[in-house]
Design a protein around this ligand. Sequence first.
Ligand SMILES: [Fe+2]
Length: 171
Amino acid sequence: MASTDHARTVFMAGLKNAHAMEKQALSIMQPQVNRLTHYPELSRRLEAHIAETETQIDRLDQVLTSVGESSSAMKDLFLSSFGSMAALGHITAGDEVLKNSFANLAFENYEIAAYASLISAARICGENAAVPLLEQSLEEERRMAEWVEQSIPGVTETFISLKGSGEKAKI
Ligand SMILES: [Fe+2]
């Protein structure tokens, strides 16, 4: 197998994995939004990133179609510990806003790595048209990761002050 064939195999697998990863991103973020009544900025940013994620899925669909794959037939199995990590956040009483923020930051960084790898594979196998689309998604993930990281001290402060005031700090 020539190295471009290997690259194509890696690229195709990476595209499918990224599609499943973004679906999982939605399933991690969507349940958080409505529970964040005391964290309006976090809620708004998550909503904005849910919209971005939907666009990222559209971009991946576009690239999958251009390489002859139909995303509707895909099963979107994403095997990672993130799903269970997020689920753990939801069942653990009290500090889920903190745990979810940690999981969000971990997930955004995972996405950054996945897109960086996908872009590299796309270049090697000559799928140059996919590169700008994937770069746009990578940039959005970087901005989200940065935002989540910067939000953590403030979220922690709010969490502590709500706890002190006897409010239900977890929501
Ligand atoms: Fe993301």
